[in-house]
Design a protein around this ligand. Structure first.
Ligand code: ADP
Ligand code: MG
Length: 206
């Protein structure tokens, strides 16, 4: 389990590094054009640490991810993602994850991001991808949907959430300085969150 999770985090790092330019372009339109650069810096550091060290449990892996992102990403997104991963490290076990566990992980991520950033749904941030993804998992749990279908539905809702930021006006973060001119652009943080969720789900289903 620990090795699989390490592989998952290495894959996440690779995906973020591959999408560095794309995320930076999105941030250039409504922010300061550093989101891809910031995240790629943090995930490159994480990759180096993951390759060097050995880990006893998943909690250690997520804690390392949190600390590495907090100290190396910078910008608004570093502490926000860092706190999300830190909260995950507090609840994750080494057992096979079921839908209850996934709901808890999603809710803890949101709680971490909101503790730091005080944003709600609809403010054109990473939460507009993550909240619909979490809601979808909760809906699946309530309706006793099988895990594979639940994850596929969750990914679909995350994608819809990411795209829904195009029409939103930013009211948090740097993009909010643009007021109405932030409308018409996809949020960079909502996009990086989607890429991470997609990587987690694809690797879980593999
Ligand atoms: P900065 O804006 O400091 O340059 P980044 O470019 O790395 O930081 O990250 C920008 C992203 O951070 C935005 O696209 C948005 O999704 C996210 N973000 C900014 N402020 C908040 C907040 N208060 N809550 C949640 N997400 C936020
Ligand atoms: Mg930026």
């Amino acid at each position: 389990m620990v090795n699989r999770t390490k592989k998952l985090l290495l894959k996440t790092a690779a995906v973020i590094i591959e999408n560095k330019e794309y995320l930076t372009e999105l941030d250039a339109a409504i922010g300061d054009g550093d989101h891809g650069i910031n995240l790629a810096r943090g995930f490159k550091k994480l990759k180096e640490k993951l390759e060097k060290e050995n880990f006893e449990g998943r909690d250690e892996l997520f804690k390392l991810t949190a600390m590495t992102l907090i100290s190396n990403v910078g910008g608004a997104s570093g502490p926000l993602y860092g706190t999300a991963f830190l909260n995950i490290s507090k609840v994750i076990s080494d057992n096979k994850l079921d839908l209850d566990d996934l709901v808890e992980i999603a809710e803890e991520s949101i709680a971490g991001i909101q503790k730091r950033g005080k944003a709600e749904a609809g403010e054109k941030t990473m939460l507009d991808t993550i909240i619909p993804a979490a809601e979808s998992l909760k809906h699946s749990r309530a309706n006793k949907v099988d895990l594979e279908t639940a994850l596929n539905n969750c990914l679909e809702k995350a994608a819809e959430g990411m795209k829904s930021t195009i029409e939103m006006q930013a009211t948090k973060g740097r993009a909010s300085y643009l007021g109405e001119r932030s409308i018409g652009h996809q949020d960079p943080g909502a996009t990086s969150s989607y890429l991470m969720i997609k990587t987690f789900i694809k690797s879980y289903l593999n």
